[in-house]
Write a protein that binds this ligand. Structure first.
Ligand SMILES: [Zn+2]
Length: 73
């Protein structure tokens, strides 16, 4: 999920688990506990298991809490 997509200085990439009832749709909160309602869903998907969960181009904008949560899961 992308937070503040219109402001490059504030843009952050968060991870959100999929909604169980709607495969492919993100759940209501990110891994770090933020609501996803105001965020933009990025169409990017990992190429496979073991790949990074965020797009290479946005690696400097990754939410550290989400990154940690994803690595531990
Ligand atoms: Zn986050």
């Amino acid at each position: 999920m992308i937070e503040n997509p219109d402001d490059p200085d504030l843009l952050l990439v968060h991870a959100a688990a999929s909604e169980p009832d709607v495969p492919g749709d993100p759940g209501p909160v990110t891994a770090c506990g933020l609501g996803t309602g105001e965020m933009i869903k990025d169409p990017w998907r990992p190429a496979g298991s073991g790949q990074r969960w965020y797009p290479q181009a946005l690696r400097d904008r990754v939410c550290l809490q989400c990154d940690k949560a994803v690595r531990l899961s």
